[in-house]
Write a protein that binds this ligand. Sequence first.
Ligand code: SF4
Length: 693
Amino acid sequence: MKYKTKLNIYLVEPANDYVEVDIKSIPLGIGYVGVYCKHQFKDDISISVFRTLKPFFNKIENEEPDVVGFGCYAWNYNLTRKVAALIKERFPKCLIVFGGASIEYDHENNRTFLQENPFIDFLIFGDGELAFSGIIQLLMRCRYNNDRINIIKSTPVDGVRTLNGKDIVMGNPSYTAKDLSILPSPYLTGFLDNFLEDVQLMPIIQNTRGCPFKCSFCVSGRQSSKLRNFAFGRVSSEIDYIRCRSKNENLRFADDNFGILSSDIEVAKYLRYSYDTYKYPASLKLVSSRVTNDRTRQIAKILEPLAIMCLPFQTLTPSVLINIRRTPISDNEIIENLKFAKRNCIATGSSLIFCLPGESLKSFKETLDKTVEFRFDSIAFGVLWLLKGSELGTKEMREKYQYKSKFMLSENAITYYNNLFSLEAEEISISSKDISFEDWKTGLQYRALVNMMLYNGYAKELFLHCLTFNIKFTDVIHELFDNPEKYPIINNACIEYREEYLGLMHDTEEDLYKHIKGKIDKMRENKESIELTGQNRITYYFLTRLFFDDPVHKVFDEITDCILSLYKGKQSVLFSELTLHLKDLSIKLIINPKIQFQDEIKFKSKYNLTKWIEEGCINQLGNYLLAKHKIFFLRSRNSDGIKYAIKKNEKNKINCFYFFRYLNSSHHRRVVYENASSSKTEGKRLRHEPITT
Ligand code: SF4
């Protein structure tokens, strides 16, 4: 028999793409696994990496696979298993390896998973490079043996779990590179060049690995707690390399806590240098460290035009913080960070999660009011997902907190390719022992309002003005929701949002599957209809309707009417004047991606707006009366990034998906400046040209 000389290895991290590719990023995880493996085995292997299925299926038609490795995450959990089953059926001798965030640490879970999915041969927990190459090493020794899969299965490999009969076979539970410099860069070696050519895919850089925290709703801390980082010189070279080659001008950092290590300052400086010199990246997505200190503040200042300083609370209820294993940030620390941000014109943000263990609607409302009182520029309000691999996703925790859940289609997560139909679901907690389903539905309406008004900051100044007259944010919410006849636009939007949301949820994943499958052919005729079947997209849809499609901004009439009706003090004339003035300001601050972008707008005021904002909007605006009217300048933080997003948004007019999803919230509106923009030297993105610092 004539043997082929090279092992054929395929690595796939498949995105769903029935409507469009749902995960618009370069598959960095399998890129790392692939480039390390190639480095180890050089010409003994041929290795290809795929983000979408069509090219993968085309390839295996012509070149039979010896090994297929899958990157399995919450967003492709079902798809990876379906594709793996097909591959195993067609090529029974092919080794199927699963890695990624959905692979759990617990051996019993591994056993159940492998028994339920017998087409999977090996699981890799945590970092995949060394463990995957360990499997290939064994395969090299027995590749011509017909019983090779069983031979490898009976041999413990570090970082790998497998079933031999009913027994779990494994080496060390995880096998990670302690020194990341042993891992070649998938970018600098050219391994991911094909993906850089694809304008749909956003490049991702990994600067650090690991998260030292163990938040119970998250997967990351359970995967790898030890912090390790790549050398600055390598990360800066990757930024240059990507800048010179990538068709997509946005950039994402994969770090769970950017700023947690002192070396992150150098990386931040380099990003800022690249932005100032080359206008690259147009927009930057990163998750800042949840621990704040001088270093994280310095980083926030360096990255001011590109990123926001985020203090992600999730909750402020002390007992709930204990339940989710998060240490609280003191009020003083929060205030000092926010003061620093205001002084340096840095956008700030926080995030909350509804239905965390031990949280009631009442305690959540207190958290919400307190968070608004800190006066962030942006507050995101999420509902709890019970993620596979997270502590709250375990049977024990579900029972302890009596969680009930429903299932919703993940954003655009459908694959319908020849006879392969697959979709991904999000499991959303809808009640717990502390929150009834009725309370949860009320919370959902709060969510609609917060994400429409506070996340993008569209009515932020009006709500902060209320605080200076002792009107709490939840007072505004109650007035709005208790009087639907007085505020029909906001009520209709929030109720419609709630009903849409509830209508998208199904009791079981199977119900969701049957529902979508039943109407998939109709959807084929109108794929845009799927765009409204995910939870973020419905928020974007209502935002677009309320803030971009109505030229006379009736939503602001209702907000101001509501605020005016709540005021019971003696300064009603002043209160009314300030409210209406801030309404005008709020409207002008909005950047509407559906109309011609105007970077800078003049705004006349008899109040010192910049001083009011710089001092955190903690005093009444009336205290900032000027001797005469003054012109202020309302300007975006990053005009190039916004222009790029508006251009890319052309296809998503129905819900402005691209604009909302790929720009940071601080870039959705303008900022008030004292002076007109100086004649900024416009940087230019240069390609194929080395840069020096
Ligand atoms: S939420 Fe953030 S800090 Fe907490 S475990 Fe996940 S990645 Fe780490």
